[in-house]
Design a protein around this ligand. Sequence first.
Ligand code: MN
Length: 266
Amino acid sequence: MTIPPIEVSFGAATDPGLKRALNEDALLAVAPIFLVADGMGGYDAGEVASSTVVDEFSSLAGRPSLDMEDVKAAFTRARSRVDALPAEEGSGPGTTLTGVAIAEHGGGGYWLVFNVGDSRTYRLANGNLEQISVDHSVVQELIEDGSLSEAAARVDRRRNVVTRAIGAGDKGAPDYWLLPAVTGDRLLVCSDGLTGELTDEQIQAVLLDESSPQAAANRLVHEARLLGARDNVTAVVVDAIAVHLAPDEAVGTDDDTVPRKGREEV
Ligand code: MN
């Protein structure tokens, strides 16, 4: 039996929130793959799109680790299936997708983070929360060109407009990041229904306060409900409880083939 490069403990929670009749978020939390998809489209089309993506990525569950090609191939298959769904509106149903896979590189354990759309993947390391994924959204573009502050973006009427998706007539490529894993890392994968209610500071406080990943996921969803939960809310929390590294690749060794935070377009 192959030992996985990262041993994880994880938990997940999802809730329709207080204003929406349907939960169009979907999640997958089975090692070595953890993801959240936030569906969009009329009636139940968004729910079908997000659950289709989860179904496709479920084929990756149960392996010790994945590589970039596994995840890219699953993206391609998922996109084909969502594009084939019946379109009840102009551009058809669509979904965001973000998450993290356990990956092996040179005998070491890495987090392979992927994103298309405005769901988010964060990492809590050494007590500090860092957003790894970069939103594909109109307000993110305005933040980057300096015409909108992050505070203003939170209340901007365009805050839910994504610039890349799976389906919805879009072909935009996912972004990828390959990060060396360290024992004690905590990853959070969540939908915008969480980040629309809680600030990064509030999210960090919950992640530091709750030791069990399941308790942390439950508490994040609970806090979003206390703040109004205007959208569906989903949180997946993944802890690295052990990272197996090859003897010549100890933590702290520079590995110039894999940046601490790199980015690759498909
Ligand atoms: Mn949402």
